[in-house]
Ligand binder design. Structure first.
Ligand code: KIV
Length: 258
């Protein structure tokens, strides 16, 4: 796949928003899934650090390493011809501007066209350093899964006025420095709509309602490939986990009978 320049990628995101076309994005962590989702017409693929839960079996994203992300980004990039490939920067991999640039470069070398990191004005020096290194960024605001332990769970954001104001100001500050767009996770639906209207860059919602410019989901949640836990906001389209269990159960039974 020919690599789009920062400017080309930026106009792709701005055009999606300007044309009012909903952006469809999903996570991928391996070659076959990336290839199938790419062939199905998804706009961008995220190698999310949700990898920790749905692929590696951790309780949250905290133990995911840069090495894990590099390994899975390479696999996804090999399977993706058309969709934009975006990789998550894992926990503690962007503590300083210098470390942020080093991590972003490793993910870029692995095949990511853009990186995603969690937070607003609190990590602005890291965001600016990555952008100055000419690496595009998708931001992530609202519920930040890398903070789940200190927050004691996944909670809706934007319930009180101070939080609403802070989220809107974060989004505007990120737009100003030049991120391509922002994920809004578990943001109150009316606030997600307000932020989306206030920005020229697209918002990509997850559990943030239908007023965002696009939607992202963890693929395993959408297709039922992690049946032990399904977030409330997900409407499943397939039940792959049940199909595997049932299909393999029949295969085992037939084999034992033969
Ligand atoms: O890690 C992840 O999968 C994410 C979501 C936005 C889907 O960050």
């Amino acid at each position: 796949m020919t690599r789009e320049s920062f400017i080309e990628l930026r106009s792709r995101f701005l055009n999606w928003k300007a044309e009012g076309k909903k952006i469809a994005s999903l996570t991928a962590y391996d070659y076959p899934t990336a290839r199938l989702l790419d062939e199905a017409g998804v706009d961008f693929l995220l190698i999310g650090d949700s990898l920790g839960m749905v692929v590696l079996g951790y309780p949250d994203t905290i133990d995911v390493t840069v090495e894990d992300m590099v390994h899975h980004t390479k696999a996804v990039a090999r399977g993706c011809k058309r969709a934009v490939v975006i990789a998550d920067m894992p926990y503690k991999s962007y503590e300083t501007p210098q470390q942020a640039v080093e991590t972003a470069k490793r993910l870029e070398d692995a095949g990511a066209q853009c990186v995603k990191l969690e937070g607003g004005r609190a990590i602005l020096p890291q965001i600016e350093a990555i952008l100055n290194a000419n690496i595009p960024i998708l931001a992530h605001l609202g519920m930040l899964p890398q903070h789940v332990r200190e927050e004691g769970g996944y909670h809706i954001k934007g319930k009180v006025e101070a939080e609403q104001k802070a989220l809107l100001e974060d989004a505007l500050a990120l737009e100003k420095v030049g991120v391509l767009g922002t994920v809004l996770e578990l943001v109150k639906h009316d606030l997600a709509g307000e932020i989306s209207r206030a920005l020229k860059i697209p918002t990509i919602g997850i559990g943030a309602g239908s007023n965002c410019d696009g939607q992202i989901l963890v693929t395993h949640d959408l297709i039922g490939y992690f049946p032990w836990f399904v977030p409330k906001h997900v409407k499943q389209i397939l039940h792959i986990g049940e199909d595997i269990r049932e299909g393999v159960r029949k295969w085992v039974e037939e084999l034992k009978r033969s």
